[in-house]
Design a protein around this ligand. Sequence first.
Ligand code: NOJ
Length: 538
Amino acid sequence: MIYQIYPRSFADSDGDGIGDLPGITARLEHLADLGVDAAWLSPFYVSPMADAGYDVADYRDIDPVFGTLADADALVAEAHRLGLRVIVDLVPNHTSDQHVWFKAALAATPGSPERARYIFREGKGEHGEEPPNHWRSVFGGPAWTRVTGPDGLPGQWYLHLFDVTQPDLDWTNPEVREEFHDVLRFWLHRGVDGFRVDVAHGLVKAEGLPDWDYDHGLLDSTEKLGRPPMWDQDGVHEIYRAWRKVLDEYDDRVLVAEAWVEPPERLAKYVRHDEMHQAFNFEYLTTRWVAADLREVITSSISATAAVGAPTTWVLSNHDVVRHTTRLALPLSGPKRPNGIKATDPQPDQVLGLRRGRAATAVMLALPGSAYVYQGEELGLPEHTTMPDDARQDPTFFRTGGTVAGRDGCRVPIPWERNAPAYGFSPSGRSWLPQPESFAGHAADQERGVPGSTLELYREMLRLRRELGLGLGELEWVDDLGGDDVVAFRRGEVLVVANLGGEPVPLPSGTRVLLTSGPLDEQDRVPTDTTVWLTPAS
Ligand code: NOJ
């Protein structure tokens, strides 16, 4: 199991209210104790933080807010001492506008080699006053911004699929490719075990940058509209084949694609034998709490990755989506992937969300393949759904004129000790995003050693997953266990039963409960929104 650390919000050692590398190092035992195999760290590089570090100004150094290169080395060494591997985040689709390359591009003239590292184009219209095409930014608003030339006059436009401060690199330029090979080697030499590759499906744009008039998120309905010209172009694969060769110069390192791509067969292309090792399964993440939908996505995910001989992956939460302990309580009529929840929105039932969240994780951690857990989900943390607008920091909120809440609600610093300042996140009590009062009851020290707590449930699931080898092997569906609203499958000796329906489900005879995501009812039946792991009674 891979545990995602969001450095800004994990643990702050120096009291500035922003998490840092020494803070992480000091808390790594929490991961080892939980039973984690590897930690993936969201970006910690030098950055003006316009997109919380996904706007990188220097790929070979640490932002002072997070620490130093020596702190990174110490973190990797301590993780390895504890038997944990370390995966770092690489952001190749765009740099920060504060990167030396972009500064040089702005100072240079159209047609110069400095501009050729990015996607600069002349505008349309008589005076070039119209953007080169109609693409929209993922964060809202146009994907093009016009620059003022060195002569002080309005000049070319540059592409930014994300924030205006995140210019897209031009991956048709060999210099860009070389630079990233070098960045890979820089971190591989320092001993990191692999990379999570940001927006891996976005690096290559369709030839000629054809118009695309639709608003688009990271994952678009390719079925309805065809493949958008900015995502999942076939040319990306040759980039990852070259990266794989670089990784193969070292022992046992991994590449993980953040690719919002569907259907699963397209995603599977990223994990062919000579490309990446794993790709996030976002179709699984966006699947609703509906038995038939779950069965379908599990089946299609397994068969798509099996066809290319790669492990399937499973993920329910990360720093870009509403935490699943809250998301699963939202009405089915809403969007599959809501972009944050505001204080003025209808408030989800957190008790229902946590019950479903635990049941959903108990399904996920029984599946074959690699599972990803986002910091705080082992504490049952909910999304912060009542954050004041004036505390928000996600560019999505600003680029949509405050109409879309964005991702701050899942990025709130996590609670360690109920009675410490900022719940143990920071010695000064500061916290870059406000923590809701409900976090007090979820603090790690309130759950550690407490039977039935979410933390103990995760520990037990991970212990059994390892002991029973659930990450490997086949999955066999069981159809006759209580109707359509029951998801039931066998993993060797283990029978997993998740009840998504309204009626309690009796335990099959001859079985013994290994683990349950919530209490059984008085008649020892599996109540609604509960998952059990069973084993033969004898
Ligand atoms: C995906 C990252 O997960 C997200 O947080 C970021 O804003 C975009 N990529 C742009 O880098």
